[in-house]
Design a protein around this ligand. Structure first.
Ligand code: ATP
Ligand code: MG
Length: 138
């Protein structure tokens, strides 16, 4: 059993695909263990994406991530981290495989609908960034 963090980004909320994204995760056997809709400040988005601070797209990415509500969730299941990454597809929708969320819904490499933790250490940091232990219910 593994835990990961996923976010339906502001473009996904604007396109009304929150349910579609969660449905794809659930159909793959993952469990929603925590879930909320929140609005990130620029500073909160910067803290979340701190690993990308030196990247040229950091300013634009954190503007985008604070441009509207996001749905943040903890997903649990066997191999949850890789499962979510596989369902999301490649960062750039142009390179995403058919049937992935990003291929089906994303407009660009930045506005790419969904986030998923990329490893056990980042999953632990990202879950703790948004949820307390008491808010993770399975
Ligand atoms: P995420 O971390 O959001 O799940 P990822 O792991 O596929 O996505 P990262 O390399 O961690 O991709 O980049 C984080 C996010 O930064 C991307 O999802 C995308 O929104 C944005 N991003 C990545 N590369 C670029 C780029 N070249 N130009 C603009 N935005 C980018
Ligand atoms: Mg990433």
């Amino acid at each position: 059993m593994e835990r990961t963090l996923s976010i339906v980004k502001p473009d996904g909320v604007r396109k009304n695909v929150v349910g579609e994204v969660i449905g794809r995760f659930e159909k793959s056997g993952l469990n929603v263990a925590a879930l909320k809709l929140i609005s990130l400040s620029k500073e909160e988005a910067e803290g979340f994406y701190a690993v990308h601070k030196a990247r040229p797209f950091f300013g634009s990415l954190t503007e985008f991530m604070s441009s509207g509500p996001v749905a943040v969730m903890v997903l649990t299941g066997d191999g949850a981290i890789k499962k979510v990454r596989d369902i999301m597809g490649a960062t750039d929708p142009k390179n995403a495989a058919p049937g992935t969320i990003r291929k089906d819904f994303a407009d660009s490499i930045e506005s790419n609908i969904v986030h998923g933790s990329d490893g056990p250490d980042t999953a632990a940091f990202e879950i703790g960034y948004f949820f307390s232990a008491l808010e993770i219910l399975r």
